[in-house]
Design a protein around this ligand. Structure first.
Ligand SMILES: Cc1ncc(COP(=O)(O)O)c(C=O)c1O
Length: 385
């Protein structure tokens, strides 16, 4: 018999009837997009759940990053960012007419290393774009300090950080603006979707215009814009999924706890603060002080010391023979894409490079059965030994 297929992720979906019930009113209103009633309800509910003062909704996270750069950056300017991210982050900079400048990351959290930002700042720098990668929180204080010194806006890619809190505050409260992704593969989804969270209420009108072709009203346009409005069907999925977010995050936590227990906690030398398990030569995400996690990903670095006798790719291939599909997320670095070869900082981020050569994200979703998670972790453990 064929082995059951287990993918790296699977979207969370509400009960079918719940979604159908949610979209019924769309037929009565005949209002499909352009800031409809469900869109507005979702925006309001998300402000509460994410604990942020203002939210604008988008078709997807990429458009949210792009729009924020267009509003807060400057064409022709340089944006300091991490290469250890998804294509979207770097592409958004380029599409907004700016140049990415690649800065290395911290070896423990894999987020932008604030101590390396200053050396990259020039008179052309217009923004800093860090990523709360895997929901790991950036060193927001240190990044704010550099940004403040040079008068630069901080635009956080929070695509991975839905529901994450730091010091009891929603992660979207840090920096000038934070962009979330509600893509089907994320911890929370609206099929496709995204949001910008920000403190400055003035930005609200700017985003609203920008994502609707720059229209001030039916006939007047002062600035360019795009089309990035969330439609009612996506918003309805978002509303339904928000009702179930508690169970979803619990399910993810359950799987992460199993992986952690089997692969990491057996070793008394396992260090929660760094995520390092020295006996097997592997590393998981660190436990961050005062951070409420969303258990969005379970990336493992293979080969952090000589005790690990197998490569990341060998682990990936071994799992694939069992029909388990882990993902090299992120590999390669975006600075290694053909379109960014030769960019400033490309090839000069050794920490990010080393992480991307070692990292494998294990299957993780709320419905992953505990026995499957145990099986995956045991397979890896046996392979490492
Ligand atoms: C780090 C990061 N940034 C941006 C995005 C773009 O989000 P979306 O797919 O919603 O456009 C994603 C995910 O897809 C991501 O992982």
């Amino acid at each position: 018999m064929d082995k059951k297929r287990i993918d790296v992720t699977r979207p969370s979906m509400p009960p079918f009837e719940e979604y159908v019930n949610e979209i019924k009113s769309i037929w009565e209103r005949k209002w499909l997009t352009n800031f409809g009633a469900i869109h507005n309800e979702l925006a309001e509910k998300l402000e509460g759940f994410l604990d942020v003062p203002n939210i604008s909704l988008f078709t997807n996270g990429h458009q949210a990053i792009y729009s924020a750069l267009c509003l807060l950056g400057k064409p022709g300017g340089e944006v300091i960012t991490t290469p250890f991210t998804f294509a979207s982050t770097t592409h958004a900079i380029a599409q907004a007419g700016m140049t990415p400048v690649f800065c290395d990351v911290d070896p423990v959290t894999y987020t932008l290393d604030p101590s390396k930002i200053e050396a990259l700042i020039t008179e052309k720098t217009v923004a800093i774009l860090p990523v709360h990668v895997y929901g790991n929180v950036c060193d927001t204080e240190a990044i704010s300090a550099v940004a403040k010194k040079y008068g630069l806006p901080v635009i956080y890619d929070a695509a991975h950080a839905f529901g994450v809190k730091k010091n009891g505050k929603g992660i979207g409260n840090f920096g000038d603006v934070s962009l979330y992704s509600f893509h089907a593969t994320k911890a929370y989804n609206s099929i496709e979707g995204g949001a910008a969270a920000y403190g400055d209420k003035e930005l609200s009108a700017g985003f609203k215009r920008f994502i609707n072709f720059g229209l001030v009203d039916g006939e007047n346009v002062e600035n360019t814009g795009t089309n990035a409005k969330m439609n009612e069907f996506s918003a309805a999925m978002g509303l339904c999924n928000l009702r179930h977010i508690g169970e979803v995050l619990e399910g993810r936590k359950r799987v992460c706890t199993i992986y952690k227990k089997i692969l990491f906690e057996c070793d008394p030398l396992f260090d929660e603060k760094t995520g390092v398990e020295p006996s097997l030569g592997i590393k998981m995400l660190p436990l961050q002080d005062n951070v409420e996690s969303n258990y969005a990903y379970f990336p493992v670095l293979f080969g952090i010391n000589e005790n690990c006798k197998v490569t990341r790719d060998q682990v990936k291939d071994m799992l694939a023979t069992e029909n388990i599909h882990a993902r090299r997320y992120f590999y390669p670095l975006t600075s290694e894409f053909d379109c960014y070869r030769g960019a400033k900082g490309a090839g000069e981020t050794p920490v990010a490079e080393s992480i991307s050569r070692k990292v494998l994200s294990l299957p993780l979703y709320a419905e992953l059965a505990s026995e499957d998670a145990v099986m995956i972790a045991e397979l890896i453990k046996a392979f490492l030994k």
